[in-house]
Design a protein around this ligand. Structure first.
Ligand SMILES: Nc1ncnc2c1ncn2[C@@H]1O[C@H](COP(=O)(O)OP(=O)(O)O)[C@@H](O)[C@H]1O
Ligand SMILES: [Mg+2]
Length: 350
């Protein structure tokens, strides 16, 4: 248990009114390491509400993917969820037997990944694969499942779906493959869709089209959308709230405007300065974050960001105490920085 566990009750993700559809509380996940278990997700609490887009950002290795794989019971052995709750409309997914969890995946909550090829089987047609998803979960004749699949392909804007349904994955472009995977992910009308870097492998125009599609589907169905991304431009454009992760923990969480205009964690500021985003003038110089992302097997004893932090300056609390999640000037804007108050006037729009 870390110091932040004391911040648990009752809904630490602070979702807007309406209540969270997915509420992750104090989630921790470990993998075995050479010198014992390594905690790669530590006491993460986030929630997302119907109709909302939550962006999850952070350098590679910060625990974004493992957080959501853990939530779905998909973390590969010997990885192991060591604590927490994952409430989907009130049901704790981590307590469900495997069979029941499998039924809920796809039906109530589903996930799409970065590489659309990895989610598609090259030896079956696109149509076969969507039909299989439908028939695995619903009593449906082959014929009506096929008709539904055509509707789904049309829904994700695949042109000429009656014909393209019989194509194999290799006959689709990267963008179309991602659309087909999204069609499979929404086939059973889930309440939550987790998109893990869904556009990283695609070019810029196609990226925007996929994000427009996800947003449109979110609006049509009222599902909650979790968007894991490196791309702050996409975050600025499409997210309602932002969760910044570092070293397997949440560094900052808040409404998009609050996090972008008044970041309360030095890591958020450094991250925003190091990668381009919508407000970055073309002539602006990007400042890489000095040092390396932390090795989860050897996290610093205090704040994981302390060794790279412009604000810590050797302070003892930063070095020795894992910061809890402080509510900042707004209760729904959380920061895990002992000294967030000192960041008051800094804005990322430099
Ligand atoms: N199967 C695995 N076995 C061991 N360590 C893993 C495994 N998957 C992920 N990790 C480790 O967990 C940490 C978080 O990874 P991940 O969630 O994939 O990061 P992100 O998605 O933010 O890039 C990393 O240090 C990564 O090396
Ligand atoms: Mg990842």
């Amino acid at each position: 248990m870390t110091a932040t566990s004391t911040q648990a009750a009752p809904s630490p993700g602070l979702a807007p009114a309406g209540g969270p559809v997915l509420d992750i509380r104090n989630l921790s996940t470990q993998f075995p390491g050479e010198d014992g278990p390594v905690t790669v997700v530590s006491d993460v609490s986030i929630s997302v509400s119907a109709g909302e887009t939550l962006a999850v950002v952070g350098e590679s290795g910060s625990g974004k993917t493992v957080t959501f794989l853990s939530s779905l019971g998909l973390v590969a052995k010997p990885g192991r969820v060591t604590g927490g709750q994952v409430l989907l409309e009130g049901t704790d997914l981590l307590k469900l037997p495997q069979g029941e969890l499998r039924r809920l995946r796809g039906q109530r909550i589903s996930m799409v990944f970065q590489d659309p090829l990895s989610g598609l089987n090259p030896v079956f047609t696109i149509g076969d694969q969507i039909v299989e998803v439908l028939r695995a979960h619903r009593r449906m004749s082959f014929r009506s499942a096929r008709e539904e699949s055509i509707r789904l392909l049309a829904r994700v804007h695949i042109p000429d779906p009656q014909r393209r349904i019989d194509d194999y994955p290799h006959q689709f472009s990267g963008g179309m493959r991602q659309r087909a995977l999204i069609a499979m992910a929404i086939a059973l009308a889930p309440k939550v869709l987790i998109a893990d870097e869904p556009t990283t492998a695609l070019d810029v125009t196609v990226q925007a089209q996929i994000l427009e599609l996800l947003t449109e589907l979110r609006d049509d169905t009222g599902m909650a959308l979790v968007l894991i991304t490196h791309d702050l431009g996409l975050v600025a454009r499409y997210a309602h709230r932002v969760c910044v992760m570092y070293g397997g923990r949440i560094a900052e969480l808040g409404a998009l405007d609050d996090v972008f205009t008044a970041p309360r964690h030095p890591y958020t500021i450094s991250l925003f300065r190091s990668i381009p985003h919508l407000d970055t003038p073309p002539e602006a110089e990007l400042t890489p974050i000095e040092g390396q992302p932390p090795n989860p097997a050897a996290l610093p004893p205090g704040c994981a960001f302390e060794p790279r932090c412009f604000q810590a300056r050797g302070r003892n609390d930063c070095k020795t105490i894992v910061p809890p999640r402080f509510a900042t000037t707004k209760p729904a804007h959380l920061s895990a920085c002992h000294h967030w108050r000192e960041l008051g006037d800094l804005s990322i729009q430099t």
